[in-house]
Every structure is written in structure tokens, then in C-alpha cells.
Design a protein around this ligand. Structure first.
Ligand code: NCD
Length: 338
């Protein structure tokens, strides 16, 4: 476990969030990987493993029957929103999808007013995606005590369930010992909440070698301090890698011209059969999606035998079921004690 006393304040949120997501050592909210120990991450992966079987055969379990879960997405999403919805339904919860563009928030109702109205409908969980870093934490700080908040992506800051489904995918393919693994994360690290959460998770699980590969303009300053080695050359960066994680150019978060052109980017950083040959023979290729074919990844790689990109989507359901049941299960226990 990270020592609370030595842990720096979260640079994105501007306050130490250590205590918010854990209550009595249990997961109450799931907002960020930071501050969670390898025991907690392993518990999430093990719980997800037990649900992966449910998805393959039984389809539904009654664990969250009677609970109401609200998908509150202020930013576009396909995979994340739908897999959260499927996860909730497979746990027998009721799910509300709030479409922000047609909700009262777009008529000027404040975020807190919207939340208070949803709370008045006896909801138990908010799943939040927002373009601003820190929104899920803000909400977690303001909801009624029985509600759990899950972060489905906040600005460039954090996307913890994505990181955990990525860890699940790596564990399924490469085994539980991350110590011997070399993992390379390639692309737009600067704008990527996924990369940040992955780096925290990989380091917490004691991954042997975590690398980031990107042009200088797409790397945040001081990224080395997160415990990664930095490469600017693709083939050098993915050399002998066990896992290659590709990231999309997140143009919606870019201000100014950070790249000469997509064609040039593909020539230098695109994963093709030729460049991928530098990785280990049994390397897997991952991508959180959405993928941009011919920009960061060639179709022959995205659809090829080393790609586990669609498995990531499938595993996302089991991982989200795990996090939902762990956070709401904890609430159930608290209610029973009260
Ligand atoms: C990612 C996101 O939204 O941060 N996608 C996802 O959740 N599957 C990555 C991205 O948008 O490129």
C-alpha cells in the first residue's frame, strides 16, 4: 500500500483524495487507481474472474436486485456506457441512462441540482463520465452517504475501470505474475486518462517494465516520475514487449497543432506488421477503443491473430460487474449494520 503520509496531493484534483474511495478498507467509490494497493486490485480481478463465467453461461445473477444505477454520461461513449449498462443488468439492477443533451442540465440546471433530483428518486449508484478532470470526485463529495460513484472517465485524469479491464486482459493472456512482463503504451499519452490509470495499475501490480512510446509533443512533462521509461522511437520502444497498448490521437482534447499530419504520424508511430515484428513473437495488442485504422493501427494488426481488442470489450462487462458489486455490496453491509 502507498503510505498516506508520503503520497502527494492529486495534481489534477488539487486535494488528497485518499480517503474518499475507501471506507473501512473497502471500496465505497471507484474514482482512481491511485491510493489502491495490489491487494485491492487483485480482489477486483479475482471478483471479475468469477463474473466472467456468468457472462459466458448463466447471463444473470440477483446480486443487485432492487438497486438503481444511473449512467450519467456528459461525454460521448459507446463501449464504456453500454458495458456498464450490461454489467448492471447482469447483476439484476435497474438502470437509468440519462441523456445529458436532452436533460435539464442542458437547460441550465446545475450539476448538483440534477444529482439531488436523481437522489430523490432513490438511486444507489452514479456512473459518471465528464470532460472535466475531477468531476466524479466532486460528485462523490456531494452525494448522500448511501450512494456509490464510479468514474467512467474524467478529462485527462483517470479511467479506472478501463485500466482494470486492461489488467484483466493482460492477466488472462499472460498469467498473474506481472513481474516478468514488458508493457509498452504507445501514442497520445498527453491527453489519455486511460494511459494514466494503466500506468498506476501496472506499477501497483509490480509490472517489470512499463514503457511509454510517443513523440515529445504527446507526452506530459515529467512522465518519468510515474515510474515509466520513455521512448520516442516505436520499434525501440516495443522491442521484446509482451503487451503493446495502442492509444487513439485524442483530437477533441488537443489545442493547437501537435502533429504535422495523421499520415506522418502513422509512418512514425502506426502499428503495422512491419513495426510489430519488434515485439515478442507471442505479444498481444490492446487498444481501449475507439480505434482509428490507418492512424495509430493498421487493420491487419487490429483484426490480426495477436489482437485482443474485442476481448477487452467482453472483459469490460465482468470487470464492471466486479466493481459494482464490491462498492454496492459494501453499502448493503453498512445498511445492515445500521
Ligand atoms: C477511452 C476514453 O474515453 O478515455 N475510450 C474508452 O473509454 N473505451 C479512450 C479514447 O477515447 O481514446
Amino acid at each position: 500500500m502507498v503510505n498516506k503520509a508520503t503520497r502527494p496531493a492529486d495534481p489534477f484534483i488539487g486535494q488528497d483524495l485518499w480517503n474518499i474511495q475507501l471506507q473501512n478498507g473497502q471500496l465505497k467509490h471507484f474514482l482512481t487507481i491511485e491510493g489502491l494497493g495490489s491487494d485491492m486490485l487483485t480482489q477486483i480481478l479475482d471478483t471479475a474472474e468469477s463474473f466472467a463465467g456468468v457472462n459466458e453461461s448463466v447471463k444473470k445473477v440477483p446480486l443487485l436486485r432492487g438497486k438503481t444505477i444511473v449512467n450519467l454520461f456528459f461525454e460521448a461513449s459507446t463501449r464504456t456506457r453500454t458495458t456498464f449498462e450490461l454489467a448492471a443488468k447482469r447483476l439484476s439492477a435497474d438502470v437509468l441512462n440519462i441523456n445529458i443533451s436532452t436533460s435539464a442540465t442542458s437547460k441550465g440546471e446545475s450539476l448538483l441540482d440534477t444529482l439531488h433530483n436523481l437522489q430523490a428518486m432513490q438511486c444507489d449508484m452514479f456512473i459518471v463520465r465528464h470532460a472535466d478532470s475531477g468531476t466524479a470526485h466532486f460528485i462523490a463529495n456531494h452525494v448522500a452517504p448511501h450512494i456509490s460513484v464510479l468514474n467512467a472517465g474524467d478529462g485527462r485524469h483517470s479511467h479506472p475501470t478501463q485500466a482494470m479491464l486492461d489488467m484483466f486482459t493482460i492477466r488472462r493472456n499472460k498469467g498473474a505474475d506481472f513481474g516478468g512482463l514488458r508493457v509498452a503504451i504507445v501514442g497520445d499519452i498527453l491527453h489519455s486518462r486511460v494511459a494514466r490509470s494503466q500506468i498506476h495499475a501496472l506499477n501497483t501490480l509490480n509490472t517489470g517494465d512499463v514503457r511509454v512510446v510517443a513523440p515529445r509533443t504527446l507526452l506530459p512533462k515529467g512522465i518519468e516520475q510515474m515510474g515509466v521509461s520513455v521512448y520516442h522511437d516505436l520499434q525501440e520502444g516495443i522491442k521484446d514487449a509482451d503487451v503493446v497498448i495502442m492509444l487513439r490521437l485524442q483530437k477533441e482534447r488537443m489545442s493547437g497543432a501537435l502533429l504535422p499530419s495523421e499520415q506522418e504520424y502513422f509512418q512514425l508511430y502506426g502499428l503495422t506488421e512491419e513495426t510489430f515484428a519488434a515485439a515478442k513473437d507471442d505479444a498481444i495488442v490492446m487498444h481501449p477503443g475507439p480505434i482509428n485504422r490507418g492512424v495509430e493501427i493498421a487493420s491487419s494488426i487490429a483484426d490480426g491473430p495477436h489482437s485482443v481488442i474485442l476481448d477487452q470489450v467482453t472483459y469490460g462487462i465482468a470487470v464492471r460487474m466486479a466493481v459494482m458489486s464490491m462498492t454496492l455490496g459494501h453499502n448493503g453491509k453498512r445498511e445492515a449494520q445500521a
